[in-house]
Design a protein around this ligand. Sequence first.
Ligand SMILES: Cc1ncc(COP(=O)(O)O)c(C=O)c1O
Length: 394
Amino acid sequence: MLSELSKRIEPSSTLAITAKAKQLKAEGKKVIGFGAGEPDFDTPDYIKQAAIEALKRGETKYTPAAGTLQLKKAIVQKFRKENNLTYGTDQITVNCGAKHSLFNIILCTVGPGDEVIIPSPYWVSYTEMVKAAGATPVIADCITRGTLKLTPGILSGRITERTKLLILNSPSNPTGVLYTREELEALGKIVLQHDFLVISDEIYEHLVYDGVFTSIAQISDELKERTIIVNGVSKAYSMTGWRIGYAAGDKQVIAACGKLQSHSTSNPTTFAQSGAVAALTSEEGPAAIERMRIEFGKRRDFVYNELSSISDLSVPRPEGAFYIFPNIERYLSDKVKSSFDFAEKILSEKLVALVPGEGFGAPGYVRISYATSMDDLAEGIGRFKAFLKEIKPA
Ligand SMILES: Cc1ncc(COP(=O)(O)O)c(C=O)c1O
């Protein structure tokens, strides 16, 4: 009954654990949710008001499939102001969330016979989207060499004549690592030597606590031409449920994405697009982002300090996003055999929901999202520590 495509795809491990945690909550249990990939803040009021006004004006009909001109102009302005990158509106596509942007681009750029390099640990959906397109995900292992970041050496080792695309994600989900300009320059040289495309997933651009965000498209015009940037309003403006993402890059790729979208979802929700215009253009935007960034930064410091003081836990310091990705290998034993087992047991025994590393291509790790209140963080980290004590191999 099922197609080959549907059999190739694995379910999202992030959503699975969140669903289980929700079920326990519904049963009245006090679950601490470290699983979710969304800010716990409400969408800022000025954005909600803009969408309400749009509804009142009657913005309830279809828009052009790849987004309104007004939103495309707001996105062009965002790239110019925030990233010093110039695009025309014909280089912008608006989609139903950044996940949808990624899906469209992957489907429009790769297919059977093509290879896509994905540095691990990676966001769970990249590999499955590539498989859905019939192409082959080629994992560039950045874990065993300890860097958790793609290096020129690792990248070069994965390139073949079939390499068509590289997916970069900075700041990263799940590790929170941020690529420096120098690191991107070094990777960019190899991209140009071998001439393949790059998707730069910049959805966490505004959530940076150490260092400065840089896009590989900012390195040179040649790299900008080969890069499709994916971004959106979900994380920066706490608008996950609004489902507005966008991409910028080569006109042909962008036009193909619009064509594909016109036969699938049609336009992203009309009044949500008006909310996104307000998010990106209002004078209130930078302050709203900064408030959330400061709060996330405090939580990052708290969680990092707590976890890095635990012996036998190796904790890469996250520089952005809202995740921390400790290595729990030294706590595995016959009792708790894998990260997956760890996540299941800590949820059932301590009511802490976190995501096992397997889905990110990183067995031996677990992902903790600190997009939750300080009180919940303190309580959850306390339970996490107690769990580690109980399972510690002798
Ligand atoms: C790395 C990464 N890219 C893209 C997305 C998708 O964002 P959106 O909610 O806009 O679809 C997420 C969401 O979790 C993410 O973590």
